[in-house]
Structure formats: structure tokens, C-alpha cells
Design a protein around this ligand. Sequence first.
Ligand code: KIV
Length: 251
Amino acid sequence: MRLNISKLLKLSKERKIVALTSYTANIARITDNHADVLLVGDSVGMVLYGLPSTQGVSLEMMLNHGKAVVSASAKAFIVVDMPFGSYESSPQVAFENAAKVLSFTGCGAIKLEGGAEMAETIKFLTQRGVPVMAHVGLMPQKFKIKGSFSKEKDAEKVIKDFEAVVEAGAFSVVLENISEEISEKIASIFPDVLTIGIGAGKSVKGQIAVFEDLAGLSGESIPPFYSKIQNLAQNIEDVCKAYKLDILAKG
Ligand code: KIV
């Protein structure tokens, strides 16, 4: 049976929530056995498509990857990212696109980046039946304004953003690349909110990582806050070498 929001919130009171990105059916078939939440993140653009940022990701990409992950999994709660340009212009546009994501993929929730500036949209969506996971702290879609993927250091801004998205109805919030001090503060002010951290220290209810980073498939571009666990790139090299040798040997 697939996890839903109420079971996920209950589980988060008992133990840490394990979340992983997954973009394809092959990977989701495996990650589904280990993670409570699978995020079809817009990081797909950088990780699978080799784009320089997440800004080039289209709604169509998210729809197709989302559908593949939902189809290949049976247990995890699936969240699909809203890509850049699909939700910022108005709450109505956000609803139309979020409804497409929910109905086409069958996922349990959408995720969108943004704090206080997205609160009105989050309220509009949640009041109309769209479950929203928010994303504050470092927001990769805004990297052209920030100039880098650096740590969000402004504690007051992060806390204000957090409060705004929770008040607007987000059931969970991703905290990306903030100090332990800020996430400790958030945990003490909002002890009941399901926070999912990535480079946000230990004071969160769950952790998320990009699967390809952990598996050694992201080259050297791994964020500094976690390390690869395996080097599957080497295994793939070995498969290719063995295949080539086999063909050449057979003439
Ligand atoms: O797109 C993504 O993979 C994400 C995670 C890094 C949280 O948003």
C-alpha cells in the first residue's frame, strides 16, 4: 500500500523520513524499496539531461518522468516538482499546471520553490485540493539572480519564508543548504511541520539526497554536504569494457 500524507506525517513522529530523488522507472523500482518519499525533482534537468541549471526543465519533462516513477513504484509517496515558469505568474496558472501534474502522473503532491512570495499561490492550490510541498532556503531555480548555488545565510528571511508557506497550507517544506542553527530555530518554532533537509543539518524530520550523487553518477559535481556512497560509474565502465572485449573477441 502506498504511503499517503497522513501516514507520512504519522511516521515522521516515529522516525526520520527517508527521501530520494528518482526520475526513471528503472531507478524508482529500486528506490521504492528503501525511501518513504520519492521526489521527481527538476534536478532531472542537470542530472539526466546535462543542462547547466534547472531553468531549462519543461512541464512535459516533469509529466513524463513523474508518470514513469509513479508507474514503477508501489509504496513510496511520490512528489513531482513544478518546473521554472510553470507556476510563478499567477495562482490560476499554477493550478492549471499542478492539476495536469497530479492527474497525468498520479503523484501524491507537487513541490514548488519559493517563500513568502509564493504564499498566495500555495493557499490557492491547497484550498483547491492540490497538496503542496514547499521549498525554501537555497532555491536552485533562482540561481541566476543569486549568481551561484551558495548557502542561504539570511536566517530571518528563511524563517519568514518558512512561516508563510506553512500558514498557506504546505504539508511539508524542503529546507535546502541552510545552517544547522537556522534549521534548529525552525524546529523549535515549528516542531510539528514535516521538514525535509538537504544540506540543512540534523534538526529536520527527514533527509533527501539526489540518487545519482550518492551512486557516483554525477561526476565531480556533488554538493559538499554529502558524499557518494558507491561508484556506479566505474561499474558501468566495466560493463562497457566487457561488452566491447566480448564483441572484439568473437570477431
Ligand atoms: O530537484 C530536486 O532534486 C530537489 C531536491 C534537491 C530537494 O529539489
